[in-house]
Design a protein. Structure first.
Length: 242
């Protein structure tokens, strides 16, 4: 399952780059999120070993940046500038909170119990809001299926991650093997659902771009300045008058 989840984490990275979404709106944040998680999986599963220290601090950084990166990507689903601004404020607040906790408690594993909770709550809340909205749009209007699938994959992932957080950090279970097995399964399923959503969303984006091009061409066509009488016709009419 570790190998399968690692491969599944690479697929969204490959798709985002191949479909040229790496610079589109907030998709760079999603790309950054998957790069961090994919690399950490490579390290912890032993496929690449940069050293114990690098793995340790990479894992800490990955956990600290998880929520801010995901909140930044979720602005893609925002319906207004003011709501996007509020989401960015939440992301910056989480970064500031994480920084304060690191300064206070040190850059170590013991701080994760504190810093992960507000991030999970924030991401899960916004995922739920956008899931309800996108599901309604998909069912009622039969469109934006890709968006609905993307936010569904994130809602499923972070809902399960919240449960894993409670099991691992709050209740401090000793059954680490089964906890990681659940994590690998959740990661695999959500990544595959994310891939399907990205493919469908790219098709929708392509149609929107084509529609904008058509509208621009029609606008330039109908907005061209028109003379009252073309020069050639005026010259002919003048010759007839003579």
């Amino acid at each position: 399952m570790g190998l399968i989840s690692t491969v599944s984490l690479f697929l969204p990275i490959a798709l985002i780059i191949a479909l040229r979404l790496s610079t589109y709106r907030s998709f760079p944040y999603l790309l950054g999120y998957y790069v961090f998680v994919f690399a950490y999986n490579l390290f912890t599963e032993g496929y690449f070993n940069p050293g114990t220290g690098v793995i340790y601090y990479w894992g800490l950084t990955n956990n600290l940046l998880d929520a801010p990166l995901m909140l930044s990507f979720l602005t893609y689903f925002s319906t207004s500038i003011s709501f996007t601004r509020k989401m960015r404020i939440v992301a910056l607040t989480l970064l500031a909170f994480d920084t304060i906790v690191v300064i206070w408690g040190g850059f170590n594993v013991s701080i994760l119990t504190i810093v992960l909770a507000p991030g999970l709550v924030a991401v899960l809340t916004f995922c739920l809001i956008f899931f309800v909205r996108q599901t309604k749009i998909t069912i009622v209007h039969q469109k934006a299926t890709g968006k609905a699938m993307i936010v569904s994959s994130l809602l499923f992932a972070y809902g399960c991650y919240s449960i894993i957080y409670l099991i691992f950090y709050v209740f401090k279970t000793n059954d680490i093997a089964n906890t990681f097995l659940i994590y690998f399964f959740v990661t695999t399923f959500s990544s595959l659902l994310m891939c399907a959503g990205i493919i469908l969303e790219k098709k929708r984006i392509r149609k929107l771009v084509e529609l904008k091009v058509v509208r621009k061409e029609l606008s330039s066509l109908y907005n061209e300045p028109k003379t009252t009488i073309p020069f050639q016709k005026a010259h002919i009419d003048k010759g007839r008058a003579n």
